[in-house]
Design a protein around this ligand. Structure first.
Ligand SMILES: *Cc1c(COP(=O)(O)O)cnc(C)c1O
Length: 395
């Protein structure tokens, strides 16, 4: 047998990734998640977490997860439609529907799988999906999995969206306009009222990804849809249990017929093992906290406003060094000139005991420091971040 060279391209591809400074690897943190995290025995201030409300280390979630394991075991042992369905799955779905004020909801094993399964179910080869250029990767992959046609419109630009609709809508059967509510790598919000208006005009559905909105935005914490005053409109709301809710899993909330249809047609729900009892129990406890402790959201907003104001002042004094991207969420991004700079800045902050994400292409179009604020950050910790940013800005 000749030895195969069929895998040699992988080594070459990795070399290319290194050369472009696109190479990435995981950083390991020890201990519990929170406003501070431990790495190599050292404590860092954490400005890179999606745990906006600080629930991932809340003992009430841990207790609920342990109780769920004791009642139902560590694994769900089967798919929901076969042997994996437990009472807490429906309890969680009812709690999500109640939070989102929709007829019903369905939980998936991750947000990623929720988007893929939903798109695979609702569109096919004769259909068109128009997506914001900055949408999350799973919306793109979902359209590809569905075999539908994907077209990107310019970021948060209803005029470009209207233009594409005018040019292309008539050639397709169904239409979905898909958008993040909070853009994960920018922190700004989608123009949902205009999108809904266009969807109605062009006979289309709207799929909104509330991964970073759930538990964070809106008076009740229902998300960006509530915050933008669109809670009473017909649309498909997807989200994750893995960010502000401190657990793992994804959901779709909407009309009873939509959810019933997804239970029959979403492949990433039908053919995968039901969400684990621990994740389900923890998410249920988190939703209860979101419902009953609005002060966490208020504290988060206060922290975000404090940091955003200070950073806006800083960037105004060094406009060639940092640009603060527009944001209406706990995600704040400082755009810098290139990938090498963002890596250096990320390291300089790390040297000062502060952990933020240095995000580069191809994840985002331009390199940036991406920082996320939590409800559980203390004022002194926010001040440390601001001081460190001031220091690195002049180096
Ligand atoms: C994180 C994220 C997802 C995926 O959710 P997971 O539960 O982590 O799989 C989907 N969409 C957006 C916008 C996200 O930020």
């Amino acid at each position: 047998m000749p030895s195969s060279n069929a895998y040699d391209w992988i080594d070459q591809a990795l070399t290319t990734i290194h050369k472009a400074k696109w190479y990435r690897q995981a950083t390991t943190f020890e201990g519990a998640p929170g406003a501070t995290i431990q790495q190599d025995g050292r404590s860092l201030l954490n400005f890179a977490s999606n745990d906006y409300l600080g629930l991932a280390a809340d003992p009430r979630l841990a207790d609920a997860a342990i109780a769920a394991i004791q009642a139902h075991g560590t694994g769900s042992t089967g798919s929901r439609l076969l042997s994996g369905d437990r009472p807490i799955h429906r309890q969680l779905e009812r709690a999500i529907a109640d939070l989102k004020q929709t007829d019903d909801a369905i939980v998936f094993s991750s947000g990623y799988l929720a988007n893929i399964g939903t798109l695979a179910a609702i569109v096919g080869s004769r259909d068109l999906v128009l997506g914001d250029r900055y949408n999350h990767s799973c919306l793109r992959l979902g359209v590809a999995a569905a075999g539908a046609t994907l077209m990107d419109y310019e970021h948060a630009d209803p005029i470009d969206l209207a233009c594409l609709l005018d040019q292309h809508r008539a050639k397709f059967r169904r239409l979905v306009i898909a958008t993040d509510s909070v853009f994960s790598m920018d922190g700004d919000l989608c123009p949902l009222p205009q999108i809904l208006e266009l969807a109605e005009l062009y006979d289309g559905m709207v799929l909104v990804d509330e991964a970073h909105g759930t538990g964070v935005l809106g008076d009740r914490g229902a998300g960006g849809v509530e915050h933008l005053g669109c809670g009473d409109r017909t649309l498909i709301q997807m989200g994750t249990l893995s960010k502000a809710l401190g657990s793992l899993g994804g959901y779709v909330a909407g009309s009873a017929t939509l959810i019933d249809f997804l239970r029959n047609r979403a492949p990433s729900w039908i053919y995968t093992t039901a969400l684990s009892p621990a994740d389900t129990g923890a998410a249920l406890a988190a939703i209860e906290i979101v419902r009953t402790e609005p002060e966490r959201r208020a504290k988060l907003r206060e922290n975000v406003d404090y940091v955003r104001t200070a950073i806006a002042q800083l960037t105004a004094s060094v406009p060639d060094r940092f640009r603060l991207l527009p944001s209406d969420s706990p995600i704040l991004c400082l755009e810098v000139s290139d990938a090498a700079t963002v890596l250096r800045d990320g390291q300089a902050l790390r040297d000062r005991g502060i952990f933020v994400s240095a995000v580069r292409p191809p994840t985002v179009p331009t390199s940036r420091l991406r920082l996320t604020v939590m409800a559980t950050h203390q004022r002194s910790q926010l001040d440390q971040l601001i001081t460190a940013l001031e220091e690195i800005a002049i180096h």
